[in-house]
Design a protein around this ligand. Sequence first.
Ligand code: HEM
Length: 413
Amino acid sequence: MPLVADLWSFLHDRIGLFEACAASGDAVRIRLGPRRVLVLSDPDLIREVFVHESKHFVRGITGTPLRWLVGEGLLLSEGEVWRRQRRDVSPLFGRDRVAQWIPSIESAAATLVSRWRDGEQRDVYYEMHRLTLDVAARLFLGIGSADDGRLHPALEALLDQEFSGTIRLGPLRWPIRSGAATRALDELVSRQIAVAGSSAGGPFIDTIAATARDGREVRDQLMTLIITAQETTAVALAWLWHLLSRNERVESELRTEIERSALTGGTTHPYLMTVLNETLRLFPPVIAQAREATRECVIGGVPVRRGDLVVFSQWVIHRDGRWFEQPGVFLPDRWRDGLEERLHPFAYFPFGGGRRVCVGRELALTVARTVVPIIARHFRLLSIPGYEPRISAVIMPRPRNGLPMRLVRLQPS
Ligand code: HEM
């Protein structure tokens, strides 16, 4: 019963389904209910969809579950609207502009560690969410920690919603969406839009308010930036701490680099970059992407009809032995000698590719490069003996029951 079996696997064990497809070939046809789906596991074929044939593919129905939250912002818009939105916000994500945000990011990290106590156990996944929400609110809404009175209730409500669990029926799961959290964030966004143009808003909100078509688009764009920025970066950071806690040698080498740079006033952390690359390889925050064909074409010798979906999974391709030696092992050293430049661009692509490549890549890397040294100088994060996280992956690889870890305060050197 392939028609039912594929849909069942898709809902129940998405990573397992993509792995099974990759094991049977580089271009495998499956059915998800009435939809014809082509699963690609070869970087050349993925490049065909993302680059050579990109004008015949749109995000289409694949963004539907998010639409209630982010509307027609940059993530889900298409055509002329997308082109305008992308052109208007891209300059804000350039390297020099992002560097100007480092003090705000440092402040958010300092606030986080000031709340932590020696010896306590915390869910590091939840903590990384708080951190990245805080960063997103400071950057995109111009809200600083001085405004905690307004910021935290809305952000915490969104977090609580995110962590409030799901309704389950056998293997089927739906997130509980009270709507209250979204309304709270919506109100906060509207309040900040009202002050756009004054010094309180900040460059993101000002640029978006000045270039968007109407108030609805301003709201959608800001919600898009907040949601895309915080969730992905939080997932990456959470798995980074998890991997470090299980790899003593890597953790110790990273600490040495961070301590040395603190003493010398250095700002670059080459080893941290290899750790980040390796984390994004093994735990890509977006496990898979999909596109919908707008007309007939042939990909990898397989005919694709209008309305078909084409899917490719970073999770599976990043763990493919054809491109990575010892693919299942956490080995930051593999990135030391320019591996990224030698690899096919779609053998390692945590930020996607083609014209819709992640606009926030530089910001995400800057957040990680800034917060990891601050946290590491204050605390060691130790895994809880016997605790093995289970992954729940719809779009992001989330630890199903969180990532509880023991915090050990360090004496500043
Ligand atoms: C480690 C962190 C991140 C990862 C792994 C990541 C990954 C991705 C991926 C794979 C896409 C392509 C989605 C698709 O085309 O189907 C994407 C798009 C996007 N990302 Fe990120 N992202 C991260 C952080 C951020 C940050 C910090 C922002 C800042 C606002 C951001 C904003 C966006 C936006 C707006 C898009 C849509 C771009 C477009 O369609 O033109 N992301 N991201």
